[in-house]
Every structure is written in structure tokens, then in C-alpha cells.
Ligand binder design. Structure first.
Ligand SMILES: [Zn+2]
Length: 1003
């Protein structure tokens, strides 16, 4: 009865709302007729429904497909149906979004199966680990368990039709009084996740409401259908959740990882929307397909596709498979389920936000029809699963068995993640792998393996593996997932490469939909090895390290300072949060040693002297700050460093200025990059910051750090650029990401000295010299002692450019080459970078640092600009120097001071006559003599792209007036998962106002 009253009340409100839209006069004009807008086909003709289950109309106040239901309306249906049919349903809230919306799945089956859900769950889990489930038992389980289907909808919030389709699917499954449905639910336990991204959906639903007029709208260019920045695709932080499955950054994903693993489905559907004028796509995908997807998925995908196509044919609908749908990147939801032994299927339906969309052929694709297509596909797939349930349970078991086969593809391979002082980064990777369901071990003691391959593909013999190394045997039930997440260098087939190159050359487009590299250890910037052995006997089960003590007294009763070690990525957060608490904080630019304890550069120092005017309890504040971040603060009794190591009172402990951060948003800012930075500031730094737009009238003086995320080039207003220039001049730290750098580096802006590659072809010699000088500065090779100490002037000098010889080609030729190379820029590849480990921006970083590079600008740094990280990791080579270099060049391995060269200008001239060949250059710069360059770590990086990227700056820093400009060539916080480069970003934000900008004294 109570329910009835609620329904009447809800119905009344809806009627009232329809009668009088906000802002509309009471006697509004009725819309003129729009033939074709109302799609009247019944979804399930002739079905009768049980009265005990409330209809969607009664719960929503409108029929499914009349408009897009909100997250709360969907939740209302789920709860009402779960309450009305407790013997056939179980509702599970599996996570909460950042905006505190619940995420649900609803299990639907017949009462008999519902009664044995626990048994089904346990049985499939057992089947999933053939080590515990011998053939005989497996045979029995395969025979008597039902199959499990997981249908998931609308992970992209503005692809609305999926969730409304889910309601139609659910109501039919729960309420249909139909023997066919009864039989289906006897054979298949159906799990429906109707809305994978409630925050995104509700953001978009609000946009629809804001843009709704009195008349229906069928123009897909209209804001009603498109929404506006940042649209509804991403979650609260605007992340694409359909890329997050391998990174597990967000609660939506983390909940799903846990629950999909719990139910071990045999079918996994992921329903999306695409361009309004497209038709309908479903799996299987075309090449490139990730080599770790179980091979059986291909043939099973075809079986499902045949049935799905037949269902669409019966309705005389268009559809297609393959085309743009490939499956190289493993972070998609349907793909992720496939690695686990399910048949993952993607749907992409021509999307309509509400109402309908007029297409070129004249017909209207209504909202209701659009969601009907998802319903048709869902039931076609359920029927295929039902018909092949036993075989698909067998396939699930066999997939796991192959992964465990001692003669199988994953035998004799173990991934090793080496110990590091960066505890929080290592801990986060380990906990992610555990969440993914992957078994971890650790080395109980040091041991030696006959051979090991590093992340650059180099093999070392008799490699010692230290105790504490995390070991991940590839041979385990989830071997396919282990391989795809941790394999350093999966390779595309020759056919896929040929197809890709053909497409790049003929159309200037890639056939690959997402990044071609994602290796977890590289993304995390952790050193790892591939060991060509099964799990070594030194392995013991992994135990997460417990949080360290927040205060180590270090034996002193009268501390002069507290130190938090800088090796850990949380050190910048500790500094920033202590500053926010009002403490004075310093950061060490060099490693140091106090009280016989060594600390890494980037360590945070809170000195008692600095904090004389701090009114609270300093010790408490430091301990609380350390504890919150699971770090240790060490009390130090003396500031004297042994020998030449820094002393506390010297210049190597820079005082930090509290960062007052502004982050630019809206306009042409890339929502994904903005969201990732926002997420990192909130969750990796944990400090207050402001989000500002380019609207004008802003007082920049409130901030000392301004972050401009990646965005459309040329989109910042000239007003903002001019204001930023003044603001930097007076002490601000400007951080620009990728294409956002463009207005700052243009010569006419007279701002940054950094340039983009195509703008400096006439001056490459200057940039080449900067590269050589940097390198010589790192690897100092002294002139001969005679030359240094001789009382007679040396008649000839050696210049770095002479060692590399030759001229750059003409500007015209360089432009032509660059345009050609640009065609081959990566879709996303991991590139090895060299790191200046004396620079404050690289605290916590080692080399080679993997950087994920896509179609990003190439930043050129010369005189007046620091480039602490450049693309191209250099190592000494034993190869003979190029024949155009007549004298043997110095090698990195030579001890400093060795007499390395007697070449003279005379010899050079001789050589010029003999040989006009170009010197050995990778792209625009010669290799420093005696070095070789490593660029590609993982993913597809064409040789042409390596030449464009080589020596380009990944990050630059330069002074401008009293402030500084820091530019990143590619987004350092990519997907919230690029932990290696994220550290550089955190250093820039937290240390920038202390390190590169003038320190204000407030009299
Ligand atoms: Zn989508």
C-alpha cells in the first residue's frame, strides 16, 4: 500500500513536470508531428509478466526508452525488483563512486539455482584453479554447474542507451512468465551491472535536462545529444573507466575486478554507444589481437557473432564486426574478462542521448530503438551461452589448464620486480597485482639465475637476484593476464604491422585504437627482469610489508631536525602536507648522511631552528604527517655530514615555499589530462588546490604554481598567456603539459626559450651542442695531463662538435624528413629516457626512466634551458666508431683523465675531403662518441619515430624573471598509472616554488 502511494506521488510529479517544463508558459505549444520518432516495436512480443514484479513504468514514471533513466531511477528499479522477487534475484552493492553513488549488480536466476549460489560460486572458483581440481572433478563440475553470464552496460556515462537496455533485459528476465526464460535462467545465472559509471551518467543526464526544450530534438549536433565539456564519458575524475582494468585506479574498477573474479563468468558483455550515424558493432575484433588472449576466444567469438548476426537479421538491422574494433590494449573491460577465460563481447550502438536522431537516409533512429538493439544482442548472446554452456565451462577450465601446463606457453618464465627504497610505489603495484587475482611470491634469500632479460631486452648471465625481490610466476591459473600485464615487449604480427604501415602511409591514420604499450613495471618506473625459469626454490609467498614506525628516534634525545626519506614517492606529499600544516620544510638536493644514516636526495627535512615560530607541537605534527602517509620520520641529533657530504646549514637543503596551486580547466583543456592531474593532486599529494578557467578577471597573484593541462594547441586566450608571463616574471612556477606548451614556446611570445622541433631546423647545431655538452658534463673525460699542465699553450683544441663531424642537411630536407617521420609517431609507446640525477625535478627517479609517448610535441632545449630528462637512454658501446670519425672517440667506460684523442683540425679537414657522408646521428643529434642509444622499451615505435624523438626533452626547466617555466612533452600523470613520470610532476609542483623560483621574504 505504502508503495502504491509512493507510485501515485511519483506519477503525479512526472505528469506535473510534463505539463509545465521550467521556464515554459503554462500554455506551451505542442510539438508538431514528427513521423518515425516513436518506435512502437515490442521488445518481447506476446510475453506476459508476473504481477508481483512492479513494471518499469510504475517505478520510473515513464516507459523504458521514453527518456534516459538517472542513476537513482535505475537504483529504484533494482531495489524494487530485488524486493519483489527475492527467490530469483540477489542485489549486490559492490562499490561507491567518488560522488557516493552506489554501484550494483543484480544476479537473476531460477529459485533452484538461487538456492545453490554459494555452491555455484565455489564450484566455478575450483574449476578456475585446475591445480586443485583434477580432471575427474572438473568433469563433474562442468556437467552440473550452470554457466554464468555477466552483462555490463554504460561504462561511458554519455552512452546512455545501455543502462535503459539493461532495465529492459532485467525486467524481462525477472518478470516474464515464460518457459523459455525459465529454462534460460536454469541453465545460466545472469548477472547484470546496469550502470558501470553512475557519476558520468548523472553528469550527462543533467546536461540533457539543461538542454531540453519543449520540442523533441533529432539533430545529433545539438547539445542535447552531445553534451558539453567534460561530457559524460569519464567518471568523477573524468577517467575513461574502460581503460582502467589493468591499472585498477578507481573504486568502480576495483569493485568490478573483485566481483568478476568472484563469479568467474563464461560470457562477459560490455555494451557501449558510438557515433549516431554509425550502425551497430559487436565482437569478435580484428587484428591486432593481444597474443595473450586465449586462442579459443576467436572461434567462440565467431559462434556468438553468428547467432547475434542472425538475431539482427531477423529484425532487418545493420551491424558489423571487426573494422575499427581491435584488441591490442588489455585494459578494456571485455578484454580483461577474456584473459580470465570468459568470452568477452563488445557492443557499440549508434548512440542517441534521448528523443532520436535523423540520419542521412531520412529515417529517425529513436532512443527506444537504439536501446532495443542492445536488448536484441544481449538475448542473442545469452541464448548462445545457454546452447553451449557445457562447452564454455570446459573452455574456461581448459584456458586455466593451458596456463598451468608445465609444457605450455607460460612455463619457465618468472617476472622479478627488484627491491627499491620507493616503498609506496612497490607496495601499490603489489596490491594491484593481488587485486587482479595474481599470485605473488618474494625471494626469501639471494639467489642466482643463469640468465635474466632486463626491460631494454638485454640479457645478463648469472644474474644475482636479491632477497626481497617480488617474483611472479607466469605459470599460474591467470597466466594469460600475468603475461599481458607484465610481459615487457609483446610484438604485433608481421601482418598486423604491414596493415598498420599501409594505413599510416595511405591514410595518415593508425589502425590501433589505444596505446600499444602498458607494461605495469615500466608504467610504475620499477626495475624488473624476466627470468627464463619456473618459480625459483628461493620463493616464498609474498607478504605485504607493514607500515613503518612513524618516528624513529635514531638514538637522539635532543633532535635538531626530522627527516623523511626522499626515495619514497610519498615524500613530496609529506613535504606539501607539512607545509599546509604551517611548518617550515626543506628538501635536500643531494643524498646525505646524518647520525650514520643515509638519506636519498629529495628527502624532506623539518629543522627545529626553522620552526621556532611554529605554535603547535612540532614533533606531533611531523609524526602525524608521516603516519598518514605510512612513512617514517627520523629524528636527527647532528647536522654534520661526514666528509664532503652536505651539512644541514649549507646550501643543499633548500627551503620550500608552500605551493599555492591553480589547475586550469574547461575551455579546450583535455578532460582526461585535467582529470588525471586533479586525481593526482587529490590522491597522491593530498593538498588543497584551486581549479580555474580561462574566463579572465582572475587574480593569478594568489597562486605560485599554475598547471596548464594538455589541450588543443592555440586555445589559451592571449590575455591569459600575457598574464601568465607577468606572473612568472614575478615569481610563479608555470607547469605546461604537452600541447599546452605551444603558446609559451612560440618565438613571437618571447616567453620560454624552449622550441618545438619543426621551428628550429635552421639552428640544430645549437641543440646538438647542448646535448653533447650535457653528456660531457655527466661523463667528464679530461684532456691529457700534458695538455692541462703544460706551460706552453696547446696549439690545437678539441671541440665536442668535431668529434661528431658533418653538417646537418639543408632546412628544406629536414622539413621533409620531419613531415615523413611525423607520420609514424606512436599511438603510445614506452620510451627509455636518460635522467640527470643531480636535478631536483628527478628526485626519486632512476634511469632509464620509461616515458609513455604518443603524438606529442618534441621539445627542444638548448642554452638557458635545463633538460633533466631526455628521450634516449645512452650506454657505452664497444662498437668501433663510425668510419667518418677518423680518430677513436672517447668512450664512457674510459676513466676520467685518460688521453683519448689526438685528433686535430688538420685531420678533420683531411677527412672532409675524403668522406662527405652524414655522421651517425639518431634524428637531429649525433650520438655522443662511444655511446649507443636505447629508445623503444615496449610497444610499437617505428624507426622513423625513434629518429624524431631521440634527444627530445621530456621535461624542461628554465628561469624567467623571478619565476620559472616547467614543460612536459607528454602527460606525466597518464591514467593515474604512470607512476614513474608522476614523481617528476609531483617534484615540479611541490619543490618548484622553493627550487626554481625566487623565495619571497615577507618583511
Ligand atoms: Zn563507450
Amino acid at each position: 500500500m505504502k508503495q502504491l502511494i509512493t507510485l501515485i506521488a511519483a506519477g503525479f510529479l512526472v505528469t506535473a513536470a510534463l505539463a509545465q517544463q521550467p521556464g515554459q508558459p503554462p500554455t506551451s505549444l505542442a510539438p508538431t508531428p514528427l513521423p518515425g520518432l516513436h518506435y512502437t516495436n515490442e521488445f518481447f512480443p506476446g510475453t506476459t509478466y508476473r504481477d508481483s514484479v512492479p513494471t518499469p513504468q510504475s517505478l520510473l514514471g515513464f516507459a523504458i526508452g521514453d527518456r534516459a533513466a538517472s542513476a537513482a531511477e535505475i537504483e529504484r528499479c533494482l531495489k524494487a525488483w530485488a524486493a519483489a522477487a527475492p527467490d530469483r534475484t540477489r542485489l549486490v552493492e559492490y562499490a561507491r563512486t567518488y560522488e557516493n553513488r552506489p554501484l550494483h549488480y543484480l544476479i537473476v536466476t531460477v529459485p533452484a539455482q538461487m538456492a545453490r549460489l554459494a555452491e555455484i560460486e565455489a564450484g566455478l572458483a575450483r574449476l578456475g584453479d585446475p591445480r586443485k581440481c583434477p580432471e575427474k572433478e572438473a568433469e563433474d563440475l562442468i556437467a552440473r554447474l550452470p554457466a554464468v553470464a555477466w552483462l555490463a552496460y554504460t561504462i561511458h556515462g554519455d552512452e546512455t542507451e545501455g543502462s535503459d537496455a539493461a532495465l529492459a533485459v532485467l525486467y524481462h528476465l525477472i518478470a516474464a512468465d515464460d518457459p523459455g526464460v525459465e529454462k534460460l535462467l536454469t541453465d545460466v545465472v545472469v548477472i547484470v551491472d546496469p550502470l558501470m559509471n553512475p557519476d558520468g551518467r548523472d553528469r550527462f543526464i543533467k546536461m540533457i535536462a539543461e538542454n531540453r526544450g519543449a520540442m523533441p530534438n533529432i539533430d545529433d549536433q545539438s547539445l542535447l545529444h552531445r553534451g558539453y565539456w567534460p561530457r559524460g564519458r569519464g567518471n568523477h575524475y573524468l577517467f575513461d573507466l574502460n581503460r582502467d582494468l589493468i591499472y585498477g585506479v578507481h573504486p568502480e574498477t576495483r569493485g568490478r575486478l573483485r566481483e568478476i573474479a568472484r563469479w568467474n563468468p563464461q560470457l562477459f558483455v560490455d555494451a557501449h554507444g558510438m557515433g549516431a550515424h554509425d550502425s551497430h558493432l559487436f565482437s569478435p575484433p580484428r587484428e591486432p589481437i593481444n597474443p595473450n588472449i586465449p586462442p579459443g576466444r576467436k572461434s567462440w567469438g565467431q559462434v556468438f557473432a553468428r547467432d547475434q548476426a542472425a538475431a539482427f537479421d531477423r529484425h532487418r538491422l545493420f551491424y558489423y564486426t571487426g573494422e575499427w574494433h581491435e584488441e591490442w590494449y588489455p585494459g578494456y573491460t571485455d578484454g580483461w574478462a577474456s584473459y580470465r577465460g570468459a568470452i568477452g563481447i563488445l557492443y557499440e550502438q549508434a548512440r542517441v542521448a534521448e528523443d532520436g536522431v535523423r540520419r542521412a537516409e531520412g529515417r529517425i533512429l529513436s532512443y527506444r530503438e537504439s536501446l532495443h538493439h542492445h536488448v536484441i544482442g544481449s538475448f542473442a548472446n545469452l541464448a548462445t551461452l545457454q546452447q553451449n554452456a557445457k562447452a564454455l565451462r570446459q573452455y574456461f577450465y581448459d584456458t586455466r589448464k593451458v596456463a598451468l601446463d608445465p609444457k605450455g606457453p607460460y612455463a619457465d618464465r618468472t617476472f622479478a620486480i627488484l627491491p627499491t627504497g620507493n616503498r609506496s610505489r612497490l607496495r601499490d603495484l603489489a596490491s594491484l597485482l593481488l587485486l587482479e587475482g595474481i599470485e605473488l611470491h618474494q625471494a626469501a634469500r639471494d639467489f642466482t639465475v643463469p640468465s635474466a632479460i632486463d626491460q631494454l631486452g638485454r640479457e645478463t648471465k648469472d644474474r644475482k637476484i636479491p632477497a626481497g625481490t617480488i617474483l611472479i610466476a607466469n605459470r599460474q591459473p591467470l597466466g594469460n593476464l600475468v603475461a599481458t600485464m607484465l610481459e615487457f615487449d609483446p610484438r604485433l604480427s608481421t601482418t598486423a604491422l604491414e596493415e598498420e604501415r599501409k594505413e599510416l602511409l595511405s591514410k595518415g591514420e593508425s589502425r590501433i585504437y589505444d596505446t600499444t604499450a602498458w607494461n605495469l613495471t615500466m608504467m610504475f618506473g620499477l626495475e624488473a627482469l624476466t627470468l627464463p625459469v619456473a618459480l625459483p626454490s628461493a620463493a616464498e609467498p609474498y607478504r605485504p610489508t607493514s607500515a613503518p614506525a612513524p618516528l624513529l628516534t635514531g638514538g637522539t634525545n635532543a633532535p635538531i631536525a626530522y627527516v623523511i626519506d626522499g626515495a619514497d614517492d610519498r615524500a613530496p606529499a609529506a613535504a606539501a602536507r607539512l607545509l599546509e600544516r604551517g611548518l617550515q620544510v626543506r628538501v635536500a638536493e643531494k643524498p646525505f648522511r646524518f647520525d650514520e644514516r643515509t638519506f636519498a636526495r629529495g628527502s624532506v627535512v623539518v629543522a627545529l631552528l626553522d620552526n621556532r615560530s611554529f605554535t603547535g607541537d612540532l614533533r606531533d605534527a611531523v609524526v602525524t604527517g608521516a603516519k598518514e602517509l605510512e612513512l617514517s620520520a627520523v629524528a636527527i641529533g647532528s647536522g654534520l655530514g661526514p666528509g664532503d657530504l652536505p651539512d644541514l646549514g649549507g646550501r643543499h637543503f633548500k627551503r620550500l615555499e608552500p605551493p599555492r596551486i591553480a589547475l586550469l580547466t574547461r575551455g579546450a583543456v583535455n578532460p582526461g589530462d585535467y582529470g588525471a592531474i586533479w586525481f593526482v593532486l587529490d590522491h597522491h599529494l593530498g593538498v588543497r588546490h584551486s581549479h580555474v578557467d580561462d574566463g579572465g578577471g582572475m587574480d593569478l597573484g594568489r597562486y605560485n604554481v599554475m598547471i596548464i593541462p594538455d589541450g588543443r594547441p592555440g586555445s589559451l586566450s592571449s590575455n591569459l598567456v600575457a598574464n601568465l608571463k607577468d606572473w612568472v616574471k614575478s615569481g610563479g612556477t608555470l607547469i605546461g603539459i604537452a600541447d599546452a606548451s605551444e603558446p609559451f614556446v612560440a618565438e613571437k611570445a618571447q616567453f620560454s626559450k624552449v622550441r618545438l622541433l619543426p621551428d628550429v631546423f635552421g639552428k640544430l647545431a645549437d641543440y646538438e651542442l647542448a646535448v653533447l655538452r650535457e653528456w660531457l658534463g655527466r661523463t667528464v673525460a679530461l684532456p691529457s695531463p700534458e695538455a692541462i699542465w703544460s706551460h706552453r699553450a696547446t696549439p690545437t683544441l678539441q671541440y665536442p662538435w668535431q668529434a661528431v663531424d658533418g653538417e646537418h642537411p639543408e632546412e628544406k630536407e629536414l622539413k621533409k624528413r620531419d613531415a615523413w617521420q611525423r607520420l609514424f609517431m606512436p599511438q603510445g609507446a614506452l620510451v627509455a629516457s636518460r635522467v640527470d640525477t643531480n636535478h631536483w625535478l628527478t628526485f626519486g627517479c632512476d634511469e632509464p626512466l620509461p616515458v609513455l609517448v604518443g603524438h606529442d610535441p618534441i621539445l627542444m632545449a638548448a642554452e638557458g634551458v635545463e633538460a633533466p630528462i631526455r628521450y634516449g637512454y645512452l650506454t657505452a658501446t664497444n662498437r668501433p666508431a663510425n668510419p667518418t670519425n677518423r680518430t677513436e672517440a672517447s668512450t664512457v667506460s674510459k676513466p676520467a683523465g685518460a688521453d683519448d684523442s689526438a685528433r686535430s683540425d688538420n685531420v678533420k679537414k683531411e677527412g672532409d675531403k675524403k668522406d662527405k657522408k652524414e655522421p651517425p646521428r639518431v634524428g637531429w643529434s649525433a650520438l655522443p662518441p662511444g655511446t649507443e642509444m636505447h629508445l623503444r622499451m615496449s610497444g610499437l615505435l617505428w624507426p622513423e619515430a625513434t629518429h624524431r624523438l631521440a634527444n627530445g626533452a621530456y621535461v624542461t626547466r628554465e628561469s624567467f624573471g623571478r619565476g620559472q617555466i616547467i614543460l612536459f612533452a607528454t602527460p606525466p600523470t597518464f591514467r593515474g598509472a604512470a607512476r614513474g613520470t608522476m614523481r617528476v610532476f609531483l617534484n615540479a609542483v611541490v619543490c618548484g616554488p622553493g627550487y626554481g623560483a625566487a623565495q619571497p621574504v615577507r618583511p
